[in-house]
Design a protein around this ligand. Structure first.
Ligand code: MSP
Length: 492
C-alpha cells in the first residue's frame, strides 16, 4: 500500500487580504506536499479561509458590504495570491460552503446529544482580533499581545464545551508524544500551560453574532467561530460530521501553524477530536513570526508586505525560496525587501543561476552539448537524507544540503579550472564536467518542491526528464536556456 500524507495550514481569516506571513505557512505546506509527492506518497494538501465570526461581521459592516459579498471578495484574493505563488492545494476550503456548515451542525448536535456541550453562561474577556477568550495572564498592561488592543468584557448565555473533561487525557497525550508538538520548546510551553492553568470549559456559541453557523438545536445562537473553523480539517476531506467515522487521509501527518494559534490547536481542537471519537493528528508543527522592525507583521498592526509584491519583483519561484529561507524555521525573524534583494542576488543569481550558466556554457562550447552521465562521478547519488528531512518536516535541511552542494561545486570549479583543462586535458575536463552536471541534476531534483519551475527549466537545459536516479548509459544533451534569475531592477 502506498504511504498517505495529509498536510494542513490554518484557514485564514478573511478580514483583510493575505500578507507574506500567511504565504510563509502556505508555501511551507506546499513544499512539504510537493516533496511528499516526489517520493511517491499519496498526498492531500488542504488550505482555505475562515469566514465567520464577530471580527468579519464587524469589518464587512464598516466597509458597507454584506458579509457574504465581503468574504467572497477576500477569499478570492487568497486564492489568487496562492496561484501567483504556485501553491497548489488539493482543496481550498471555505467555511461558508454548505457541505462544511452542514457537517459542523451535525458534529455539534452529536456533541450536544452526548452531553459534551451544555447550556451555561460565560463571563470574561474576549479579544475580537483573536476571536478568543482571554485571562489576565494572557494580557500585558491589559492589552492582547498580538493585537495591542484591550479585550472586551463579555457576559452572556452560552452553550459550553466540556473542555475540562479532557484535560488529563490531553496532557498525557502531549507529554507522551502521542500528540507530538514540534519544536520541543513549543511543546514545553503547552505542557506548562496545562500544568499551571489546566483546561476550563469553553463557550461554544454566541448570542449576538449573526454571521455564523446557527446552533442546530437553538437558532438564537451561532456556533463559536473556532469550533466551526477546526472542523475544516475534517470536512475538507469530505467528512459529514458523524462521530467515529474517520475520513480518508485522517489523521493529518502535519498540521502547520505559527505559535499564535498553537494553544487552541493543542487544547480545544484535540479535545473536539476526542469528543468526536476520532484519532489525534500525528504532528503539530509550529513556526515563528515574520517581524518587521521587531514587530509581528500583521494586518492589525498594518506593517504588511503583500505576496504579489514579492512575485512581481522576484518571480514566483524566487519568492517561494526567499520566504522559505528568510528565517530559521521555528524562530521569529525580521524580514524586508532589502534582505530579500541581497539573498536573491547571493543565492539565486550568483549562486545556482551562475553555476548552471557556467557549466552549461562549458559543455556546449567544448563537447557540443553531449556528455555522458557517469555513476562513478556522481558524488551525491546517496540522498536518503531527503526522505528523512521530509519525514521530520525539516525542509530547511533540504535547502541547506542543496546550497552546500552549490558552494562546494563553485569551489571545485575554481580549483579544477575546467576552461583550462578543455585545452590541455580533455579526459580530465570530461570527468570534472560529469561531476558538476550530475550535481546540478541532483540540486534541481531536491529544489523542485521549493522552485518547481526553475527545476523544470534546469532539467530541460540538461535534456533530462527529471528522474531522481539517472540510468547508466544516459547522456545529457545540454542546451542553454533563458537566464534563471535575471539581475534585479534598481532597489525600491
Ligand atoms: N482563522 C484562524 C485559524 C483557524 S485554523 C482552524 C487564524 N487566522 S489568521 O488569518 O490569523 O492566521 C494565523 C496564521 O497565519 C498563523 O498561525 C500563521 O500560520 C500565519 N501568520 C500570520 N501572521 C504571520 C506572521 N507575521 N509570521 C508568520 N506567520 C504568520 O488564526
Amino acid at each position: 500500500m502506498k504511504n498517505k500524507f495529509y498536510i494542513t495550514t490554518p484557514i485564514y481569516y478573511v478580514n483583510a487580504k493575505p500578507h507574506v506571513g500567511h504565504a510563509y505557512t502556505t508555501v511551507a505546506a506546499d513544499v512539504l506536499a510537493r516533496a511528499s509527492r516526489l517520493v511517491g506518497q499519496e498526498t492531500f494538501f488542504l488550505t482555505g479561509t475562515d469566514e465567520h465570526g464577530a471580527k468579519i461581521e464587524e469589518i464587512a459592516g464598516k466597509v458597507g458590504k454584506e458579509p457574504r459579498a465581503f468574504v467572497d471578495e477576500v477569499a478570492a484574493q487568497f486564492q489568487e495570491a496562492w496561484r501567483l505563488l504556485s501553491i497548489v492545494p488539493d482543496k481550498f476550503i471555505r467555511t461558508t460552503e454548505p457541505e462544511h456548515t452542514k457537517a459542523v451542525q451535525r458534529a455539534l448536535q452529536a456533541m450536544y446529544d452526548a452531553g459534551d456541550i451544555y447550556k451555561g453562561s460565560y463571563e470574561g474577556l474576549y479579544c475580537k482580533g483573536c476571536e478568543q477568550f482571554k485571562t489576565e495572564n494572557d494580557l500585558v498592561d491589559g492589552l492582547c499581545l498580538d493585537h495591542k488592543t484591550a479585550p472586551e468584557a463579555m457576559r452572556e448565555e452560552s452553550y459550553m464545551f466540556k473542555l475540562s473533561k479532557y484535560s488529563s487525557e490531553l496532557l498525557n497525550a502531549i507529554e507522551s508524544g502521542q500528540l507530538p508538538i514540534v519544536p520541543d520548546e513549543r511543546k514545553n510551553e503547552i505542557v506548562s500551560f496545562y500544568k499551571k492553568e489546566g483546561l476550563k470549559d469553553v463557550s461554544f456559541s454566541r448570542k449576538n453574532v449573526a454571521w455564523g453557523i446557527p446552533v442546530p438545536w437553538d437558532t438564537e445562537h451561532t456556533i463559536y467561530v473556532w469550533a466551526d473553523a477546526f472542523l475544516n480539517y475534517l470536512t475538507g476531506l469530505g467528512w459529514d460530521g458523524t462521530p467515529g467515522v474517520v475520513p480518508d487521509f485522517w489523521p493529518a501527518d502535519v498540521q502547520l501553524m505559527s505559535k499564535d494559534i498553537l494553544r487552541v490547536h493543542a487544547t480545544i481542537w484535540p479535545a473536539m477530536l476526542l469528543a468526536l471519537k476520532l484519532p489525534l493528528p500525528k504532528k503539530l508543527l509550529v513556526h515563528g513570526f515574520f517581524l518587521i522592525d521587531g514587530q509581528k507583521m500583521s494586518k492589525s498592526l498594518g506593517n504588511i508586505i503583500a505576496p504579489e509584491e514579492l512575485v512581481q519583483r522576484y518571480g514566483a519561484d524566487a519568492a517561494r525560496y526567499l520566504l522559505m529561507s528568510a528565517t530559521p524555521f521555528g524562530n521569529d525573524g525580521d524580514i524586508g525587501i532589502k534582505k530579500f534583494d541581497e539573498k536573491y542576488t547571493a543565492d539565486l543569481a550568483n549562486g545556482i543561476g551562475n553555476l548552471v550558466q557556467r557549466v552549461v556554457t562549458l559543455i556546449e562550447n567544448n563537447c557540443g552539448g553531449a556528455i555522458a552521465y557517469d555513476v562513478a562521478s556522481d558524488t551525491e547519488n546517496d540522498d536518503a537524507w531527503f526522505d528523512s528531512a521530509l519525514k521530520d518536516s525539516t525542509i530547511a535541511h533540504i535547502l541547506e544540503r542543496a546550497f552546500d552542494v552549490i558552494k562546494k561545486s563553485d569551489v571545485f570549479m575554481n580549483e579544477q579550472k575546467p576552461w583550462a583543462l578543455a585545452k590541455t586535458d580533455t579526459e580530465k575536463f570530461k570527468q570534472v564536467m560529469q561531476v558538476l552536471v550530475s550535481r546540478i541534476h541532483h540540486i534541481a531534483w531536491w529544489l523542485q518542491p521549493f522552485m518547481p519551475e526553475t527545476s523544470q527549466k534546469i532539467f530541460a537545459t540538461l535534456g533530462s526528464a527529471g528522474e531522481r536516479r539517472l540510468a547508466d548509459g544516459f547522456t545529457f544533451s545540454v542546451k542553454k536556456g533563458p537566464v534563471l534569475f535575471p539581475r534585479l531592477p534598481e532597489a525600491l
